[in-house]
Design a protein around this ligand. Structure first.
Ligand code: EPZ
Length: 434
C-alpha cells in the first residue's frame, strides 16, 4: 500500500486552493435520483468517496459524465437518472462508504421502493441509521430489515406523503435523506431539530433550484413543500470547510503564511475563533482566507465538538495535533462520536502527551514532536498525523493512505506547492524502504 512521507520543520507559505466540499457533494449527487432530467454539478472534488458514490449511482442506472477541472480546479459532473435499472444498493458498494445510505430517501420518493444495504459500523463508532428510518416512516414508508438490507416501500399509491419529523438529536445524514424524500412527497413536511450544517443549506439550495419549496434550511426547523416531479438544475458545490480548517491548522502546526484560496470563513466561524484564541492569525482576504503563525508557538485552548455551528467533530483530530505542540494544556471533548480518538496513540508515538478519559482528551503541549512511522484508521485521524509530521523533527511515514484519498483532493501537491517536504511513496517503494 502507498505511504506518505513528511519531512518536518518547514513553514508553509504561498497559496493553497480549497476544493469543493466532499460532504456537500455526496448528497448532491444522490439528489440526481430525484429527477429524470440532468443535474449539473460544478466544483466537485476528486476523491475516492466521490468515486464510490458514482459507482453506486451508476449501478442503479444513473449516467455520469465528468469533465475534469482545469489547472487543479474541481470537476464538473453531469448526472442523468432518466433510465433507472435497479432500486437496490448492494452491500459490497454500501459498506465502503456510509454516505451511500443517502440514496435511500430519493429512490423511495421517486420509485416508491428501495432496497439498501445497512452500512454497518465503522472505525469512528457504531453509527446506526435509525433516525433515517424513523423519519421516512413518518412520511408513510414501510421499512423492514431483511438479511442486512433495509427494504423500504411507499404507500400503495407509490408516493410518500408529507409529515412531521422531530429528530431526537441532530443527524446530518438523516436530515439530508428526509429533505430529499420530502421534496417529492405529497404535501408539506416539517423537520424539527434538523441539522444546520452548511452542507444541508447547499442541498436545500439545489432542491429549490429543482423546484421544491423549502423554508428554514440552516435553522433547526425546515418546511418542505413536496412536488410531483422535480426538474434538472445546475449547481456549484460549496468550498470544503473541513479541508479549510485542516490546512489552517497545518499552518498553526508548521508556522508560515498561507492564503487558502476560495475558502469561505463564514462556514467555519467557530473554528476561526478557536484558532485566533490559540494565537493563529486568520483574516479574510480577497478570494479567500489568510492564515499566519509566526515564531511563537500556539497556546492551549479547550474545545468541545458540537453540531454546527459548534466546533466540528471532523476537525477534532487535526486540532489535537495542533494542541500537541501548544504552550500549555488543552481539554478536547468529543460529543458526536464515541470512538474518535484513534489518533491519540499514534500522536503519542510522535512524542505528544495526551491522556484520554471517557470522551475527553487532556493534551499537554510539548515543545517538539519527533517523526515516526504511524498509521490511522480513518480519514481525519490520518490527516492529523500529516499535520503532526509537518511540525515534527525528522521523517514521519503515514501508512494506509487510502483514508486520505477519501477526503483530501491532491493533498501532497497542495502542501508541496506551499513548501512542505512531503511525498507519496508508491506501494513498491514503500515496501522496499521498510
Ligand atoms: C456526517 O456523517 C458527515 N458525513 C461526517 O463526516 C461527520 O463526522 C458527521 O456528519 C457529523 O458532523 C457526511 O456528511 C457524508 P450524523 P453522518 O448522522 O451524517 C448518530 C468525515 O470525516 N446517529 O450527523 O453519518 C451517529 O452515530 C465524516 O468527513 C444515530 O444514532 O453523521 C453519530 O453519533 C465522517 N442514528 C451522531 O448521530 C442515526 O440514524 C451524528 O451523526 C444517525 C446518526
Amino acid at each position: 500500500m502507498d505511504q506518505i512521507r513528511v519531512h518536518g520543520g518547514r513553514p508553509l507559505t504561498g497559496r493553497l486552493p480549497i476544493s469543493g466540499a466532499k460532504n456537500a457533494a455526496l448528497p448532491l449527487m444522490a439528489a440526481s435520483l430525484l429527477t429524470a432530467e440532468p443535474l449539473n454539478l460544478a466544483n466537485v472534488p476528486r476523491l475516492a468517496d466521490i468515486a464510490s458514490m458514482a459507482s453506486i449511482l451508476r449501478q442503479l442506472g444513473v449516467r455520469i459524465d465528468i469533465a475534469e477541472g482545469i489547472a487543479g480546479g474541481g470537476d464538473t459532473m453531469t448526472l442523468s437518472a432518466d433510465e433507472i435499472v435497479s432500486t437496490v444498493a448492494p452491500y459490497d458498494l454500501v459498506r465502503k462508504m456510509r454516505a451511500s445510505v443517502l440514496v435511500l430517501g430519493p429512490l423511495l420518493a421517486r420509485f416508491g421502493e428501495a432496497t439498501v444495504s445497512l452500512p454497518g459500523g465503522c472505525a469512528i463508532g457504531n453509527r446506526p441509521v435509525d433516525l433515517h428510518l424513523k423519519g421516512l416512516s413518518e412520511l408513510g414508508a414501510t421499512l423492514d430489515i431483511e438479511n442486512g438490507y433495509i427494504k423500504a416501500s411507499a404507500p400503495s399509491d407509490g408516493r410518500l406523503r408529507g409529515g412531521r419529523v422531530a429528530f431526537p438529536f441532530v443527524s446530518v445524514g438523516a436530515t439530508e435523506n428526509l429533505l430529499m424524500a420530502a421534496a417529492l412527497a405529497d404535501g408539506e413536511t416539517v423537520l424539527v431539530n434538523a441539522a444546520r450544517e452548511p452542507e444541508i443549506v447547499d442541498l436545500a439550495r439545489l432542491l429549490t433550484a429543482m423546484g421544491a419549496e423549502i423554508e428554514g434550511a440552516g435553522t433547526d426547523t425546515v418546511h418542505i413543500q413536496g412536488r410531483e416531479t422535480l426538474s434538472g438544475a445546475a449547481h456549484r458545490v460549496i468550498p470544503d470547510r473541513i479541508e479549510t480548517g485542516t490546512y489552517a491548522m497545518a499552518v498553526g502546526v508548521a508556522g508560515g503564511d498561507v492564503v487558502l484560496e476560495g475558502a469561505d470563513g463564514d462556514l467555519i466561524a467557530a473554528v476561526i475563533q478557536t484558532l485566533r484564541d490559540a494565537g493563529v492569525l486568520v483574516e479574510a482576504v480577497e478570494g479567500g482566507l489568510r492564515v499566519v503563525r509566526g515564531a511563537d508557538p500556539v497556546v492551549g485552548v479547550d474545545v468541545m465538538t458540537e453540531p454546527y455551528p459548534g466546533f466540528p467533530t471532523d476537525l477534532q483530530a487535526q486540532f489535537m495535533a495542533l494542541m500537541s505542540v501548544a504552550r500549555g494544556a488543552s481539554m478536547i471533548t468529543e460529543t458526536i462520536f464515541e470512538n474518535r480518538f484513534m489518533h491519540v496513540p499514534e500522536l503519542g508515538r510522535m512524542g505528544a502527551n495526551i491522556n484520554v478519559h471517557h470522551a475527553s482528551a487532556m493534551v499537554r503541549g510539548v515543545p517538539q514532536l519527533t517523526g515516526a512511522p504511524v498509521m490511522a484508521t480513518d480519514l481525519r485521524a490520518s490527516v492529523s498525523l500529516v499535520l503532526a509530521g509537518l511540525g515534527a523533527v525528522g521523517d514521519t511515514t503515514i501508512s494506509r493512505v487510502y483514508h486520505l484519498d477519501r477526503g483530501y483532493d491532491r493533498l501532497v501537491e497542495k502542501l508541496t506547492a506551499c513548501g512542505a517536504a512531503i511525498e507519496r511513496l508508491p506501494a513498491e517503494r514503500a515496501a522496499a524502504e521498510e
